[in-house]
Design a protein around this ligand. Sequence first.
Ligand SMILES: [Zn+2]
Length: 69
Amino acid sequence: MDALQRQAMSQEQDRRRAVELQRLAAALQRLDDGEYGYCTQCGEEIPEKRLAVDPAAHLCVACARLGEG
Ligand SMILES: [Zn+2]
């Protein structure tokens, strides 16, 4: 692997880490605001199972599906 490829890979890893940190920071902010566990889109409660899989989830299943759609 050459230096350019290595650099590109580590940049991609940095980018993903930054996104993940941002998601966690946002989740902590919602925890502070007492809004944690509620969908930021429609206000519905996010199922515990979903939060167990992704503790930083901010959308309920329905809104997440819409977003992906
Ligand atoms: Zn929702």
